[in-house]
Write a protein that binds this ligand. Sequence first.
Ligand SMILES: *Cc1c(COP(=O)(O)O)cnc(C)c1O
Length: 362
Amino acid sequence: MSAHPLLDLPPLTAERFASIEKGVARLLGTRQDVVITQGEALLPLEACIRSGARPGSTALNVVTGPYGTTFGNWLRDCGATVVDLEVPFDTAVTAGQVADVLAAHPETGFVSLVHAEAATGNTNPVAAVGEVVRAHGALFMLDAVASVGAEPLLPDEWGVDLCVIGAQKAMGGPAGVSAVSVSDRAWERFAANPAAPRRSYLSLLDWKERWIDGGRKALLHAPAQLEMLALEACLDRLAEEGPDAVAARHAAAAAATRAGAAALGVAPYVAVAAEAAPVATTLRVPEAALVAAKALAADPSVPLAAGGGALADSMLRVNHYGAAAALPAVASALTALAGALSVPAAPALAAAESAWSAALRG
Ligand SMILES: *Cc1c(COP(=O)(O)O)cnc(C)c1O
C-alpha cells in the first residue's frame, strides 16, 4: 500500500474537534453553543426546522429565493401551519412586512429567513428583522450560508437563535461540513418538543446532551477528518486575512461586477445595490442559459452560471466568492460575458477596475 496525503489519517481527537468549534464561534462572534454538523449546510437547516417545528405550531417562513421554498416544505412536513411571506426575488424583505405578518399571526413561534441568497443575489436586513422577531418572542432561524464571510454577520447582536453556516462559499472552505449556533432559548424549545429528532443524524439535541453537556469529551461518531481539517485551515486563513478584509474583498467584487455589467449594457437583477448580496451578482440577460454556455465554452474556468430553474431564461450569475472574490476572476467573467454577447470587453474591464479600487478605498 502506498502512502497518500489524504489517506490513513489518524482519527481527529475530541480536543481538536472542540477547538475547531471554538474557531467557528469566534468567527461568528457568538457566545452561544456552536454545533458542527458533518454534512452540507442543508443538514443543520433541516435539523433546526425539525427540532423547532411540531404539529400545531405556527411558523413564518420568509421566501426571498429558492431556499425559502425548501424550508416551507420541511416546516409543513413537521405538521406546522406555515405562513409564507413571499417577496419578489429581486428585492429584500423589510422588517415592516415581517412585523405585519407577526401581528396578523400572533401564534407564530418560529421564523425562518435566508440572509443572502446566492441563487438570486439579494440580501436581507437581518438586524431589523431580528428586532421585530425578538419583540414577538418567536425563535429566529437564519440561513447565513451565503453571507458568512461575505458581509457582516452578528447573530448574537441581531437576536438570531439559530445561525446556520457552511464553509463552501465566501469562507472558501469545504462543502461537506457546516455549523449552527444555538441559543439557550432554542435549546429549551427543542427539549420541550416531543417531535424533535433524537438518536438521529438530524438531532441537535443529541449533540447538546452527549457532546456539549458531557464536557465535549466524546464525539457522537467518527469525525470527518478531511472536512474538519479543511475547515480548520479555512478558519485560520480567514483569521490571517482578517474577516473585515475578506468582507471588503467580496463587496469590492460585487461593485466591480455591477459596474462592469453596466458598461456592457447589462442590468443587475437586483436593482437596488443595498439589496444586492456581496457573495454573487445576478444579471438580467435574455437567453441567459445560452449566453452562459457560450461564455463557459470560451473559458470554462470563469465563475459564471445561468440562473436555476425558470430563471435560466433571464438571469445569469457571477459567483465572485471565496478565491473568486478577486479582480482577475471578475474580469475573466466580464470578458467571457462580453464575448458571448458580442460586445467589446474593454469598457467593462475599465469600469470594473475603477469600481474595485473605489470600493477598497472605502
Ligand atoms: C449555498 C447555499 C446553501 C447550501 O446549499 P448548496 O445546495 O450546497 O448550494 C444553503 N443556503 C443558501 C442560502 C445557500 O446560498
